[in-house]
Design a protein around this ligand. Structure first.
Ligand SMILES: [Zn+2]
Length: 273
């Protein structure tokens, strides 16, 4: 048994051995415990917010002690995106084709085409869970310290008007992790990018034919195949066609985000990884 001199706060003794933010108030549970302290038996207090009269052992003659309290941490992982809003009027498929023929190859941002938020929504719907799992795995490997995690691959964005099949979306996570009492606290930031190229207007040629009188010829395909194979329309006389050639152009963008997570070190207990 260790006796403290009067005026020596017991909190430092306890804190040095168990660094916790909260403690459980413990009395001696005998007849000499003052009633105001007896009421605190088993209750949880914060080291930053002492109750009236101070922490255990601080009040005159107090024999109470503080047991370390480790709150049962629950897991959470949140990704917040930035730089996704904004953009102009939404481009139709025809606008993308028109730019192919009249844009002189000038690259466009997804934001400029008005599709960024829809693309990012679709991307996150496909990737968010896996991204969290992968970062949780990296954080567990690291345990304490900083780490980076690059990612990226083609995604099918057919459901969003212009992007046909493979659109590469990727990025890099840079963060840090700290282990405390079996729980990993991770935080960091994302830099996302999108890379695509518009080079084959025949892929959306149906809409062009439906909407305009001019039929754009895809320079990579015979016009007959284009008409018969992709639209089912009967071939027309070549004298009625206005033949143009276009220039492929890049479609790119970038945005960012942050992550905060609290996950179990033990993967068997965890919902992540
Ligand atoms: Zn006491």
């Amino acid at each position: 048994m260790q006796y403290l001199r009067k005026g020596t706060p017991i909190r430092f003794e306890t804190k040095n051995t168990k660094p916790t933010t909260h403690y459980i108030w413990r009395t001696r549970r005998d007849g000499r415990v003052r009633s105001s302290h007896a009421e605190r038996e088993g209750q949880i207090f914060s080291w930053d917010d002492p109750p009236e009269g101070g922490h255990p052992g601080e009040d005159y003659g107090c024999r109470c002690t503080a047991d370390p309290y480790l709150p049962e941490a629950s897991e959470s992982m949140e990704i917040a995106l930035r730089g996704v809003s904004g953009g102009g009027a939404v481009w139709s498929s025809t606008d993308f084709v028109r730019h192919y023929y009249h844009g002189d190859g000038r690259g466009v941002t997804v934001r400029e085409t008005g599709h960024l938020s829809a693309i990012v929504d679709e991307y996150m719907a496909q990737v968010e869970k896996r991204l969290k799992d992968q970062i949780a795995t990296e954080a567990r490997d690291k345990s304490t310290g900083s780490f980076t995690y690059p990612f990226g691959r083609p995604y099918n964005m057919t459901s969003v008007v212009f992007s046909i099949e493979d659109t590469v979306i990727g990025g890099k996570f840079s963060g840090s992790v700290e282990e405390q009492h079996g729980v990993l606290n991770a935080e960091g930031s994302f830099d996302f990018y999108l890379k695509d190229e518009f080079s084959d207007p025949a892929d959306i040629g149906v809409e062009v034919i439906d909407q305009g009188e001019t039929i754009f010829e895809n320079i990579h395909r015979p016009l007959d195949n284009y008409l018969r194979g992709r639209t089912g329309l009967p071939p027309r006389g070549p004298q009625r066609l206005e033949i143009q050639t276009g220039e492929p152009y890049s479609i790119t963008d970038d945005w960012s985000g942050t992550l905060r997570g609290q996950i179990y070190l033990d993967p068997a207990r965890s919902a992540y990884g």
